[in-house]
Design a binder for this molecule. Sequence first.
Ligand code: SF4
Length: 715
Amino acid sequence: MSARVATTCPYCGVGCGVLAGVDALGTVSVAGDPSHGSNHGRLCVKGAALAETVDLQGRLLHPKLRGPDGAFFRTGWDDALDRVADGFRRVIEQHGPDAVAFYVSGQLLTEDYYVVNKLAKGYLGTANIDTNSRLCMSSAVAGHKRAFGEDLVPGCYEDIDRAELIVLVGSNTAWCHPVVFQRIAAAKEAGARVVVIDPRFTATCESADLHLPVKPGTDVWLFNGLLSFLFQHGVMDASFVDAHTLGLAQALAAAENDAPEPAVVAKACGVQLSDLLAFYRLFARCEKTVTLFSQGVNQSSSGTDKVNSLINCHLLTGRIGKPGAGPFSITGQPNAMGGREVGGLANMLAAHMELHDPVHRDIVQSFWASPRMASQPGLKAVALFDAVLEGEVKALWIMGTNPVVSLPDADRVKRALNACEFVVCSDIIERTDTNVHAHVLLPALGWGEKDGTVTSSERRISRQRPFLPAPGEARADWRIVCDVAKRLGFVEGFEFETPQQIFVEHARLTSFRNHEACDDGLPAAPRVLNLGSMSALTPQGYANLAPVQWPVNEHGEGTQRVLSDGRFAHPDGRARFVATKARAPVHAPDAEFPLVLNTGRVRDHWHTMTRTGKSPRLAGHISEPYIDMHPHDALRSGVREGELARVQSRWGAMVARVRHGGDVLAGHVFVPIHWNDQFASDARVGGVVNPVVDPVSGEPEFKHTPVRIEPFPVR
Ligand code: SF4
């Protein structure tokens, strides 16, 4: 066995440290890293099975082009890169920079994310670069920015260990963030109370003290009601509110309008009044409260308001940035947060600056010495693919993601790719539902081969280190981007030879921003994200980098909690209460589509299963897609447990087997997101999901699509 390298799990945003190695026979082994602060040696079943997913079966090993007959044929890197550069150059010359776009992934390392955003926003002059992280946490980002002035998670995992009350909202933590759930279970053992707010009775609910099965989309009622309840009962930190916040009166007025008394809230949310009051009283009593939230909050047409309604309750009670207390967004992907740090969303710039802000644009342009800055925010994920279908975007580069499976109204995405003049896909897998539409396929490095950094949900930057050789001709994503940039004439700015050089430039920008002066001589509002001494990391320092939570100071020391001093990132240093108005999901069930479809993950698969699908152990948990529904609804729909059925919405259909898992309320069905047309035709639930998005964040409403269930084949 070669020495094990310390790396990071490539799945969820918990960001567990992994020790991985390969022996002389090529056998890979993994174990949890006891020294890593995210997991202290623990791994969940997905992390423990990583060794079973790194074989080369199905890998894209060489650059390929699609021939006139639709079949792919092998070519060399020079030819492939020339074609990508030529395709993008031609479209920009003929139609302008906003006719090209990039759609990237929370699987990319921070260094990959940095260079592709630099190319698009600073050199091509378009902000049409969005990421699949839009689908899982952009409502949390928007809520953080409204409340705190910057996208940041104030607390850390240790707060879970110290909490008296842990509230889980829209999060099946037991399945989706299992190592965090182990901490929750340990905290409960030590006396903490656990409340789960979720329309489904998930594995997470099994150990909860209280489960509130709220109707989907009613979270704002619930938290507006809590805000009113706390205020009416004098449960507030008045000195914190006076000194460090603005907007309480407006937020209270909006809350009291929606939720004048608990009985109204209980009715709106569809829960027992006694259970609601039990939750409100627990929250009022427990000074040390952590509210963890995830996709059930974010993936909604009112996702940003949901986020702010729960943050409002923490601001009122001053429970933020303190040990054992705070609102806590747990991110879905391994590097959703690292991507955000370098401007991975279409409305953001690197170092947590904003595209709509001319001062921020000037700072970034000056730092990059960039020839052509994007002048306005770009298209968010769903709108981006709409623009492809409508012919406004004519060249698209997709990196490490599978939007034909994962986006809502996914058949429309398929039509968009079919209609697009020029599609480039960089990926580790040769054949996915998306890659079959490419004109150029570029082989990328996968986990175990890549070298760079990721950031977890608690702001912890960790290294992903290689321990396997690059297979075939696969290359790092950052290198592919730099090679295309140079072919487009941008040699200066993309002369990176190592990921360390990219990371150091990213770190320097975080400090540069805080020292740069505006035109009027005033400093730009400082951001919390600052990587301090990391901007002087040597190659050796980067190689040996230990996990560290930003902000990082001049001595290289990280910060476990932020906002502890009550100073927020708005220019006046105060947090904002946000007045939130409860509203129902956009599409209501009706006679034609009487049931509500909810989508989500299962315990042992990851996204579109390109890796976890290789492990028999993981497939053994749940081996095929299913429709979880209430027996009464099955009877009314004419389907039986164990039989195939069709889920039909206004947007599309898919087929899966019916089961009665006991998880869903009558009137609701649940279908997991992972399966795709490589498994069986009509297995993509993305084709069924409605394309409505939150108006602030652009995050789709994956949790609420009206559907009907029909026997299959139709009798
Ligand atoms: Fe990987 Fe998440 Fe499991 Fe940790 S909890 S081992 S990061 S999938």
